[in-house]
Ligand binder design. Structure first.
Ligand code: BDP
Length: 663
């Protein structure tokens, strides 16, 4: 029990009644057309069922029912139990899972229009079995709400390090590919499919900086290696993408320009794309960080982002590929928050159809709290992809538990035009990307509870309306089993972890207070910190009246609400406003005392996580109990360090002491 199995942890069903029911519906074997017999869905069922049902599971148990996989043409059982309209309704990636009876025996059907749909249906059925839920009268039709669901790895090919990777090193050993394919890579592909993702970019968006050399993936030497990875992903319905360097025609090729309007440069990219597709016909496309943090881009040639992106789109279009062009572009001088909107909004309608503009959830950089990016909803003629960070760069890395599902859900469900309007952030986008947190560590993520974030991202990418609490409880039961006390306790820790982390680090949306490079420890006086504290007050004016105007980029009602401190939601008060330390909050407390209180409460919560976890001794296996216990006890030390450092700093800055200082 080292956590390697993630939430795909199949175990014998101990409840006899349940097991007998499962036996009736699935114990008689798997019926599938030839094309699916060697596939991933079939393999997953063969892996899981004998474990869940035990010895009783046998292919020709005449008394038990079969699982039928396929489309309506594949078996009369499927045609009988699943209507054609219903199946058509789930589209390319959806599925219908239904139990019923066929030829006088119970039966289970997993029907879909594609192999990928069958695979998702299989994972869904297995989840039902793992959770011990009833099969009788099961009838579930489901399909993903977003078309493109991507993992972004920030792995550096040459060094095997991971940008903002915390649990360990990269799982990709490019040196041994394509000859040797590590078994972990197959498990990785399976993990992506179990998350419901259909694409993955395998290298860091920084391709040149610090000799990271990700640009090398476009050299001929790497093509067979990429092809091997694509081969691992293919059975799982996941397309391979790579991050590319905008200067590739000069670095990889021998041109003396990378100007996107230069015909030679365009030809170079077209030939490169053709070369890739010849070997990898289902290649996904390119992810690009351009004109950002030292990565080159079209601005060097006085061309726009649209001109840069469209050049790549033109090369990929004949093959059905996509360009993900990142909007994380800012100038270090001045407030960064309004910049992406100012730069990209005027380009609305100028991007080719196969370009997706990939926008981080907020305007700063994956902070524990930010308002949503104003680009969402502002570019109706451009395809947008929302970018989220699963790896916990600013949210505790692999050392703090910080379950992010609620934050992501708040962003995805954000009512861009106000609560009365149906428009939500997610339904203005067609894609979602998550910066991955998996590594070569035995349990993939370092902190075992960080697996909950990996899982949650997949569930929300599939259906952004899924409730974070439901995700937390499913994950807990799938990962730790079905002890109700364990479930309640772990879910409570997950649910309280994000607010606790926010409290002892940066409450009220104050900004960045961490050290400049690692983004882990408190460093309020350091150069990386953005809080604009002076002797009178703290926070940053980003309204129209006094500040950088970020509030003004929102639609109503948000623009007016954020503009004034009286109507600004308290959790974002200091994000939008510089306020006196003695400013009175709604409950009558002064801002500075409330700020200290939040830090003190956050530490108390971190201590309580350990106390709650310790009630689980004997309820879950020792190995994972100890793993998490160790992390939670270390977290207390880090939380205390934050509380001390931030409260001390602001007491000095403001000259006002913490009247409730617990120390
Ligand atoms: C920041 C990270 C940096 C990334 C950058 C990005 O600190 O490592 O390269 O974002 O998203 O959060 O490009």
């Amino acid at each position: 029990e080292n956590g390697y199995e993630l939430w795909l942890r199949y175990r014998f069903e101990e409840n006899v009644v349940r097991r007998n029911e499962y036996m009736q519906y699935c114990g008689g074997g798997i019926a599938a057309p030839e094309a699916l017999k060697d596939g991933a869905a079939h393999a997953e069922l063969k892996r899981a069922l004998p474990v869940i049902l035990g010895k009783a599971f046998q292919a020709n148990n005449a008394r038990a029912g079969c699982i039928y996989l396929g489309g309506r043409d594949d078996h009369p059982a499927i045609a009988t139990l699943i209507g054609s309209d219903e199946l058509a309704g789930v589209g390319d990636e959806g599925f219908v899972v239904r139990t019923g009876s066929w030829e006088g025996r119970p039966a289970t059907v997993i029907a879909a229009n594609t192999t990928r749909g069958i695979l998702y249906g299989t994972f869904s059925l297995l989840r039902t079995l793992q959770l011990g839920e009833p099969l009788e009268e099961m009838h579930l039709a489901d399909a993903p709400k977003l078309r493109h669901r991507l993992a972004n790895h920030w792995d550096n090919p040459v060094r095997g390090s991971i940008e903002r990777g915390y649990g360990g090193k990269s799982i990709f050993n490019w040196g041994e590919l394509p000859k040797r394919i590590d078994s972990r890579l197959h498990d990785w592909a399976r993990l992506l499919a179990a998350m419901g993702l259909n694409g993955v970019a395998v290298n860091n968006v920084n391709t040149a900086k610090n000799d990271l050399e990700g640009w090398r993936l476009l050299t001929p030497e790497y093509l067979p290696k990429l092809s091997a990875l694509a081969g691992v992903l293919r059975p799982y319905g996941v397309k391979l993408y790579i991050s590319v360097n905008f200067f590739s025609p000069m670095i990889v090729g021998s041109l003396d320009t990378a100007d996107p309007l230069d015909p030679g440069v365009r030809k170079w990219w077209q030939a490169k794309a053709a070369e890739i597709y010849k070997t990898i016909p289902d290649f996904g496309g390119f992810l690009v960080k351009a004109d950002s943090e030292g990565e080159p881009g079209p601005l060097k040639y006085k061309r726009t982002h649209a001109e840069g992106a469209n050049m790549l789109a033109e090369a990929l279009a004949p093959h059905g590929g996509f360009v993900y062009w990142r909007a994380f572009v800012y100038n270090a001088r001045g407030d960064r928050t309004p910049q992406a909107y100012n730069q990209f909004k005027p380009l609305d309608g100028r991007f080719d159809k196969n370009v997706l503009l990939q926008v981080k959830n907020g305007p700063v950089d994956f902070q524990v709290r930010e308002p949503i990016s104003t680009l969402f909803g502002a570019m109706p003629r451009t395809a947008l992809a929302g970018e989220f960070q699963i790896t916990q760069e600013y949210t505790g890395q692999d050392k703090h538990v910080c379950f992010l599902a609620q934050m992501w859900s708040d962003v995805l469900r954000f009512p861009l035009k106000g609560e009365k309007n149906d428009m939500r952030m997610w339904n203005t986008t067609g894609a979602i990307a998550g910066v991955m947190n998996i590594t070569d560590s035995p349990n993939w993520t370092g902190h075992l509870l960080a697996q909950a974030n990996t899982y949650a991202f997949g569930r929300l990418a599939w259906n952004p309306d899924t409730s974070p609490d439901a995700i937390a409880s499913d994950w807990t039961r799938l990962t730790f089993g079905r002890d109700p006390v364990a479930e309640k306790t772990i879910v409570s820790i997950l649910r309280d972890s994000w607010p606790a982390y926010e409290n002892y680090t940066t409450p009220f949306g104050i900004g960045m207070l961490s050290d400049r490079n690692k983004h882990f420890s408190p460093d309020p006086a350091g150069r990386g910190s953005v809080h604009n504290a002076d002797s009178k007050g703290m926070g940053t004016n980003r309204n129209v009246a006094k500040g950088s105007g970020y509030a003004g980029q929102f639609s109503e009602p948000w623009r007016s609400r954020y503009e004034k401190p009286e109507t600004c939601p308290e959790e974002l008060l200091l994000f939008f406003h510089h306020l006196p330390y003695t400013y009175k909050l709604k409950d009558g407390a002064t801002l500075i005392q409330a700020f200290y209180d939040r830090h003190n409460e956050g530490v108390a919560a971190a201590r309580d996580f350990l106390r709650r976890w310790e009630t689980l001794r004997g309820r879950i296996d020792k190995e994972r109990y100890q793993q998490v216990r160790k992390k939670l006890s270390e977290q207390i030390g880090y939380a205390e360090e934050w509380q001390r450092s931030i409260n001390d700093y602001f007491q000095k800055r403001s000259g006002i002491s913490d009247t409730k200082d617990p120390s």
